[in-house]
Design a protein. Structure first.
Length: 314
């Protein structure tokens, strides 16, 4: 029997992460030549109207193989380059929706940089931001279901792979998942990634955490991850565990996933990518002879082709 999140836990109340009600969401569609723009108010509001105005690009396919959610990574310049994947999949038979994650691009608070809010802040602040990001992705699945798609898959690039892992673990409507240059276990990400230097400085300034304290907190991380079965379990965990994709990974069957890792990735440490891959049951994985950013630059056609084969079941 497949491991799943306890269905009874999903709906006990808004106090649980990733359970905000999405029943009253209204979608506004602006039709375009290349894609439709879907807009809605985030069901998990941050309180900032700019952040809470959710948006997604919907690349419709003339064929009907199903739908795909493509989740971009964090940063300031990667949205348009990563549109390559939605365009490719929509031409290959999969209608693809690409949400703009909260705190990114046009959803960035005034005076802030796109994506910075996910690598700077307290663990409580980060948990709220992850909650909103995952909730918005689940809302995009609601939209796909509303317009008639019964088969939905997900693909996440870098930070988007973390969001995708959590979403797939708690939403059984997602059939297959593709995870590109991503990882889990925030002990590795926080203290060994070049991308999270700002987060380390923030922790040190606020005396919120340090390597020794983090290692102690993660002493039973593997055991806690394997025993996780219900969203209700999150209430008894350290806050930083509640948005760690490795906590959720074992709930996703390995036969339903495909991995791409970069051999020379300084943003997602090898220990981090291996942790997520192992906890997901060691699914099929391709090791790219590249760095984190150059994985897309040099291997986008390879990633797209292998991903399409996986979605097609070939």
């Amino acid at each position: 029997m497949e491991k799943t999140v306890d269905e009874d836990a999903i709906g006990k109340g808004l106090s649980l992460m990733y359970t905000s009600s999405r029943n009253s969401v209204k979608f506004f569609v602006n039709h375009g030549n290349e894609y439709d723009t879907i807009e809605f108010k985030s069901p998990k509001p941050s309180g900032d109207p700019v952040v809470d105005h959710a948006k997604a690009l919907f690349f419709k396919s003339k064929a009907d193989k199903g739908a795909l959610i493509f989740v971009h990574g964090t940063g300031q310049r990667n949205f348009e380059p990563l549109e390559y994947y939605p365009k490719f999949f929509s031409k290959s038979g999969y209608s693809t929706i690409m949400p703009v994650l909260p705190y990114h691009f046009e959803r960035t608070p005034e005076g802030k940089k796109s994506g910075m809010s996910f690598i700077k802040g307290t663990d409580v602040e980060l948990s709220k931001r992850f909650d909103q990001a995952v909730t918005d992705v689940l809302t995009c699945i609601d939209y796909l279901e509303k317009v008639g798609f019964k088969k939905v898959n997900i693909m996440g690039f870098s930070f988007g792979g973390m969001i995708s892992t959590i979403a797939m673990a708690i939403d059984h409507r997602i059939e297959k998942g593709i995870f590109v240059v991503t990882g889990g276990n925030y002990e590795y990400i926080t203290w060994k990634s070049v991308a999270t230097k700002i987060l380390r400085v923030s922790y040190e300034e606020n005396k919120a955490c340090n390597p020794a304290e983090c290692a102690l907190k993660h002493f039973n991380f593997d055991k806690i991850a394997m025993n996780f079965t219900s969203l209700d379990d999150l209430k008894d965990m350290p806050v930083c565990f509640t948005y760690d994709p490795s906590i959720f990974a074992h709930l996703i069957p390995p036969r339903k996933t495909l991995f791409f890792n970069a051999l020379f990735d300084f943003f997602i440490p090898k220990a981090s990518s291996n942790d997520l891959w192992e906890k997901m049951g060691k699914p099929r994985r391709y090791m790219l002879p590249s760095g984190h950013l150059s994985a897309h630059l040099f291997f986008k056609k390879f990633i797209a082709k292998k991903s399409l084969n996986f979605l097609n079941g070939t």
